[in-house]
Structures are given as structure tokens and as C-alpha cells.
Design a protein. Structure first.
Length: 337
């Protein structure tokens, strides 16, 4: 076992400097697994597909931790390497979520040095594109009672997170020469009419999570500028506060214009908190809905979600270091229960 404490800046930079864009996490996973083994952990590489694996680490070969720190080590594109300017550590994943991962490793190290072996580490792939790693991990949960998931929350505990409902609106038309529009039927016009009508529909609301909102992320359709469009479609992402059935019921009148195809649903989540921390509701989704068998969930992490995925992604070094102590406090509170 290593004797030196975790250098959180060096660990974060080492991870950031490995390109682990979703689908290419293999090298980062191998580096992380080797690092944790050298630190004295029992490490399991949990295959997700031929090139990627989750990393599970425990302080002892036989003990089953009751608390797991967890986050993901995949990132969105484009990759850019780390640098430090003053208090800011820049780089892809610095905020989301390699800085968080490093803070969790440092917290687990402090707890282990204090003789506490009841905390484990679960680091997964694929969070940014469908939570593939979390889904695999959920099949091999080992009886832990609490899962402290790491995402950028400005070092606040999450009260709840919104879910998502992704739908595709598909309009069918009839092609015709654009000089005789009356001979065709414009699918694009139908789609536009449906999207305008969607603006006026009252969507479900919740006293804690607020009102459902949505964005139109993709639109496509038509075959040529001089042809009345025979098809058109749009993908709509709802940030949900309740079961998706309420949204589907609310937007059912749109089906007079378009067909509605279900693409993906992730439920909203209510979260556990502990005393002494600021808390907030977060509008994004996490791996938590796919890790239900790992215990009662909490959400906490340094960094701002407003910096994640940006061209100048960074995390405050002071905030990273503060997060280490916060993670220790949260874990100890849970271990007492």
C-alpha cells in the first residue's frame, strides 16, 4: 500500500490527459485500475464490452462496503488536455467528472487511513451516452446500503434530479412539384404546426422539481428545395418531474398531425440528504436510476454543471480539496446509520 496521501491535482490531471471520450474509455480504465491496485485496493475490472470496463475497488478482499463512492470516467468530445491557471484546473472531464473521481479516491484514502474499510469505489463507463456501464454494474451489486454518486453540484447535496423523456415526432406527407403545392401534402408544415401547438400545452408540474420543460434538439425532413416534403421529423427532449405517462397524455392531441415514437425514458429521482449541507434540485439526469441495486442514492460533487461540456471546462482546485473533506463527512454520517 502506498504511504503518500493522494495528490488530487496530479491525479485529476493524469486522468484528464487520457482521452476517454465515450466509447474510448479503455486506456483510462486500465490506468485507473493499475493506480488503485498500487494504492493497495482490491480491484475488479467489470467488462462492459470488448474494449471497456467498469472499475470496482474495495479496501479488503472479504469485506463488503456499505457505502460506495461512484462516478463516471467517460467524457463528451472534443478532448483537450489539462492545464492549471491559478485556482483553475482546465481540461475535458476536469469538472465532469474526473475531478470528482479524484476527490472520491482521496476521500476513500483518508477513511482507509483512519481504519474505515466500509467504503468502496465504483467508477463506470458510458454515462454520457446511455449509461451502459451503470446498467452492467447494477447486475453485480454486492449488498451496499448507500451510493454517493458524483456529478457537478457545486458541493451541494441533491434533493432530486429530473428525468428525461425523449420522443420523436414524425410527419408524413405527399411529394409533389413545388410549383403545384396543391398536388402534394407538406410533412414539414405538419411538423411545424405540431411543434407550435406543443408550446401551448400545459405539462406536468411538481412542488419540488418544478414544471416540465423541453427542447427540440433535432429537426430533419424533405428531399429537395423544389419538392413538397413527403416526410419530416423532430426529436424532443423533455426534462421530466414525474412519470412520462403524464407527458404522453398531455401531448396526445398532437397525434392528429404527427406520429409520436418513444425513444428513451429515465425517471426523476428523489435523493437522500445528510445534515449540515446546502441542498438543491438539479435538472439533469445521472447514472443513479440505473444503479438502484447499489443502495439508497445521494448526489454530491465539486464543480458547476454550467462548466461541464464547455470549450473551457474547469474546476476550482480549492473546491476539489473541499470536496474531499465533504465526502469523508457524508460517508461517516452514513456509516453510523
Amino acid at each position: 500500500m502506498t504511504t503518500a496521501p493522494v495528490d488530487i491535482v496530479a491525479l485529476t490531471r493524469a486522468l484528464v490527459d487520457i482521452d476517454s471520450t465515450t466509447g474510448r474509455e479503455g486506456e483510462a480504465g486500465r490506468w485507473l485500475a493499475d493506480y488503485l491496485r498500487r494504492a493497495g485496493y482490491t480491484v475488479t475490472e467489470q467488462p462492459v464490452d470488448a474494449s471497456r470496463f467498469n472499475v470496482v475497488a474495495t479496501a479488503g478482499a472479504s469485506a463488503t462496503p456499505s457505502v460506495f463512492f461512484s462516478t463516471h470516467f467517460d467524457c463528451v468530445p472534443p478532448f483537450f488536455s489539462s492545464r492549471v491557471e491559478g485556482d483553475r484546473l482546465y481540461g475535458r472531464g476536469a469538472c465532469d467528472a474526473k475531478g470528482i473521481l479524484s476527490a472520491q479516491v482521496a476521500a476513500a484514502d483518508l477513511l482507509r487511513r483512519a481504519g474505515e474499510t466500509g467504503v468502496g469505489l465504483l467508477f463506470v463507463v458510458g454515462e454520457e451516452r446511455g449509461s451502459d456501464g451503470a446498467k452492467v454494474a447494477n447486475e453485480s451489486a454486492n449488498g451496499s446500503r448507500f451510493l454517493i454518486d458524483g456529478e457537478p453540484t457545486d458541493n451541494r447535496l441533491g434533493l432530486a434530479t429530473r428525468g428525461i423523456l425523449r420522443l420523436k415526432l414524425q410527419a408524413a406527407g405527399r411529394a409533389a412539384h413545388s410549383s403545384f403545392p396543391e398536388l402534394g401534402e407538406s410533412a414539414i408544415d405538419k411538423l411545424i404546426d405540431a411543434l407550435v401547438a406543443l408550446r401551448a400545452i400545459e405539462l406536468p408540474a411538481d412542488s419540488v422539481l418544478g414544471t416540465t420543460h423541453y427542447s427540440v434538439g433535432l429537426i430533419s425532413g424533405g428531399v429537395a428545395p423544389n419538392v413538397i416534403s413527403p416526410w419530416a421529423e423532430a426529436e424532443v427532449m423533455f426534462r421530466t418531474v414525474s412519470d412520462g405517462a403524464g407527458i404522453r397524455q398531455a401531448i396526445a392531441p398532437l397525434e392528429t398531425r404527427v406520429a409520436i415514437e418513444h425513444v428513451l425514458e429515465v425517471p426523476p429521482v428523489r435523493l437522500r440528504t445528510v445534515p449540515g449541507f446546502d441542498s438543491a434540485v438539479f435538472p439533469y439526469t445521472t447514472d443513479i436510476p440505473f444503479l438502484a441495486r447499489w443502495g439508497e442514492p445521494l448526489l454530491f460533487g465539486p464543480g458547476s454543471i454550467n462548466l461541464a461540456h464547455t470549450a473551457e471546462e474547469f474546476v476550482s482546485v480549492a473546491e476539489l480539496r473541499a470536496a474531499v473533506d465533504h465526502y469523508v463527512t457524508i460517508a461517516r454520517e452514513l456509516l453510523k446509520q
